[in-house]
Design a protein around this ligand. Structure first.
Ligand SMILES: [Zn+2]
Length: 288
């Protein structure tokens, strides 16, 4: 069965399960033992937070989750360094790709946020950040800061249904989180994560990194659609420049420094993906 990212239909947040077997049967979290479900190539689709790691921290809408490996299951203490592989690499991939992660809390976790018994599905989170740290026991651990999703209507998560035309709202927290959708993922993969403005391809340990930039911005009052013709594959710098109007794109598909009016370069194109001129005109109209 293909891995499902995002919500499982018929399982609302707050649903209680008596065992890992029940969680697996419902498709909420498939592995019966591992805390992280996922692969380095695809990303992580779900985690279980159950207090097995001494370096975990739960703040309710934010979970600082310790990667797996090097842990003595009896004491919960680290006895070796963790490596960015398997589930850890999967969570890193989810962070780089903006994929939603189903979070399940078990009875062994922080009592303030955990169910009294069994397991509770607590909805979708995004991996806002990950980093290496020295844990309480002195070994290297990987830490992942997961932030609870604030759902916006009509949004199609990556890995979800085929590209559609739903409007949505860009998501930001203290950290800059760029939401991924099936449409932006498609565009990024088409360009192999190469920025259409500068030609850079950012390489991270988990693969390429790029951002899907909506030319006509999403959210009110612009209500730009989440469709392929309204999305560019950009590096973070050029994404910010586009969003801030530092660059605009002409009808001849030239990238223009708006303040000086000089043409920087031609927009890099890929077969099967061409921005719609009406969206380029809209973006220019915002920065006259
Ligand atoms: Zn760039």
């Amino acid at each position: 069965m293909p891995r499902t990212f995002g919500s499982i239909s018929a399982v609302p947040p707050g649903a209680i399960f008596n065992s890992r077997r029940e969680l697996a049967d419902a498709g909420v979290h498939r592995p019966l033992q591992a805390g992280i479900s996922g692969s380095g190539a695809e990303g992580a689709d779900s985690i279980v937070v159950s207090g097995g790691y001494e370096d975990d921290a739960d703040y309710g809408d934010v979970v600082v989750y310790t990667g797996h490996g090097g842990n003595d299951p009896g004491s919960g203490k680290q006895v070796a360094d963790q490596i960015l592989e398997r589930g850890n690499l999967a969570l890193a991939r989810s962070s780089d790709q903006g994929l939603p992660v189903r979070v399940v809390r078990g009875a062994g976790g922080d009592p303030a946020f955990s169910p009294a018994s069994g397991y509770r599905y607590d909805g979708l989170f995004f991996v806002a950040e990950y980093w290496q740290d020295i844990g309480k026991s002195g070994y290297r651990v990987w830490r992942f800061r997961l932030v609870q999703d604030q759902p916006s209507a009509n949004e199609t998560p990556a890995g979800g249904p085929a590209p559609g035309g739903d409007p949505g709202v860009k998501y930001s927290t203290v950290q800059r989180v760029v939401r991924n959708t099936a449409v932006t993922q498609w565009v990024k993969e088409l360009h192999d994560f190469v920025c259409q403005v500068c030609g850079e391809r950012l390489q991270t340990d988990s693969g390429g990194y790029a951002e899907g930039a909506h030319i006509r911005p999403r959210g009110r009052p612009h209500n730009g659609p989440d469709v392929i013709k309204n999305v560019l594959c950009l590096c973070p710098n050029d994404h910010v420049r586009l969003d801030r109007g530092a660059i605009v794109i002409s009808d001849a598909l030239e990238v223009v420094d708006r303040r000086t009016g000089t043409v920087e370069t031609g927009l890099r194109l890929a077969r099967g993906h061409r921005p719609d001129l009406q969206f380029l005109a809209y973006q220019r109209s915002l920065w006259k």
